[in-house]
Design a protein around this ligand. Sequence first.
Ligand code: KMT
Ligand code: NI
Length: 180
Amino acid sequence: MRAYYYDNVPGDQRRSHDHLPSQPVSDETLTKLNIKYWTIPVEGHEEKINAIAAERGYKNRDNIHVSKEGMGDAYEDKLKIFFSEHMHEDEEIRYILEGQGFFDVRESPSDLWIRLAVEPGDLLVVPAGIYHRFTVDESNMIKAMRLFQDEPKWVPYNRSEETEHNPHRVGYLHDIGVAA
Ligand code: KMT
Ligand code: NI
């Protein structure tokens, strides 16, 4: 997984949006934001994923196939929803099985976008309350496993005045040592 600051240049979200030269984001920065990631080879991943799920108390999971083929007419709409800046009220794991995509996460307090370019084998732990968004890249296809601690709900709360006061958002900022 490569991590770099998003260039904020208008245009297709599926392009890399890398600065020239690239502005890499260090592991230390990701750790400060409470983002954890590791690599688990796709071949034979089941056992390791099960162990991580058990260890972190994840009870549910689903597989998502984000592509025109996998979603039909809903594809473009889904992409728009995924790319709206949002947060979740629980910690969620994403494990990439096939294809590529970008998770953009907000760095706080700078409010800059950090782009995480994910590929098969990448496992990302997205903390509750972090603002983020997702898109496929120009290959237009990703298959991922989503792991949930409780019911397999996937509720995005789009960033608004209200989410600024959401206890999970406030808790996240507190956890990373940033005043709300
Ligand atoms: C999220 O949290 O934004 C998503 O689950 C996006 C799709 S996962 C490839
Ligand atoms: Ni999300």
